[in-house]
Design a protein around this ligand. Structure first.
Ligand SMILES: [Ca+2]
Ligand SMILES: [Ca+2]
Ligand SMILES: [Ca+2]
Length: 291
């Protein structure tokens, strides 16, 4: 604050007030105002602003006590000294000059993280790439990106490669930090699935085939058909694992009757069942014929 200055009479007065102190975020702008200044009997007022404290006037405005302070390219935290000079003209060529100072504090602005790019499917042990973008309104700020991968490992950088050894759900935390203490944080999770066994398809198919064939063989497939041709005795005897086998006489006996016989299995897997399966139908056939 500057003391009152008087000309020939107390009616003429100038008290310059630059307002503030001001605060603005880096990247933003703020209006500075000298409207609190006391201007008495001034016929014309000129405001001269040094907005960066270097002693060089940056803006001269007539009859408007405001000016815009632009922090677009500034790197916070920063305190800028601002000097305001006011010229109050009372009559042509005669007036008062006064100055005042204030400050503008420019705050550091934290960086901002985007959404991470994560593969849709991650298998255990598979090395995958993860990436994320971070921005900071202050061009001078350097950003560091840190990854906490949830399995005890960490990494740094906008793009990283990592492999989770075991399947499961892992917490994923990404932090972007500038060199002025500002930070942003992203939290999520990663699903890591078990490794797909390359033999799974074959194994499944094979299993299905085997199971199917086995069941068919033991039940009604080969056993039944083969039974008609004589192989069924062996297949049926070893494949049923219990339950009921049906053998159809394929007409090998030449009887032309094609009778159907049922053997109630007892879990026998003995190979000799083949012989039993051959002879028993024959015995039954004879038994039926005798009746
Ligand atoms: Ca200047
Ligand atoms: Ca900064
Ligand atoms: Ca920053």
């Amino acid at each position: 604050m500057v003391p009152l200055l008087f000309l020939s009479a107390p009616a003429f007065a100038l008290v310059t007030d630059a307002g503030g102190p001001y605060t603005v975020d880096a990247g933003d702008a703020i209006t500075l105002s000298a409207e609190a200044s006391i201007l008495t009997e001034c016929t014309r007022v000129e405001y001269s602003w040094d907005l960066d404290g270097d002693g060089v006037i940056d803006a001269v405005v007539a009859d408007d006590p405001t000016v815009v302070f632009d922090a677009a390219d500034l790197d916070g935290p920063l305190v800028v000294d601002v000097e305001l000079g006011v010229s109050c003209e009372i009559i042509d060529g005669v007036g008062l000059d006064d100055r005042a100072w204030t400050t503008v504090t420019v705050n550091n602005v934290a960086p901002e993280l985007g959404e991470p790019r994560i593969p849709a499917s991650i298998e255990a042990g598979d090395t995958v790439l993860l990436s994320i973008d971070a921005t900071d309104v202050e061009p001078a700020d350097r950003i560091t990106i840190a990854w906490d991968l949830g399995d005890g490992d960490t990494a740094r950088g906008t793009e990283i490669a990592h492999a989770w050894a075991e399947p499961g759900t892992y917490a994923l935390v990404v932090t972007a930090s500038d060199d002025d203490g500002g930070s942003d944080r992203w939290e999520g999770s990663i699903e890591v699935v078990p490794v797909e066994d390359p033999g799974d398809d074959g194994g499944a198919d094979g299993g299905a085939d085997s199971g199917g064939d086995g069941g068919t063989d033991g039940g009604t497939g080969d056993g039944g058909t083969d039974g008609g041709t004589g192989d069924g005795g062996t297949d049926g005897g070893t494949g049923d694992g219990g339950g009921r086998d049906t053998f159809v006489d394929g007409g090998d006996t030449g009887s032309g009757l094609a009778p159907e016989y049922e053997i109630l299995g007892t879990g026998c897997s003995c190979g000799s069942g083949g012989a039993a399966a051959v002879f028993l139908p024959m015995l039954l056939m004879g038994w039926r014929r005798r009746r």
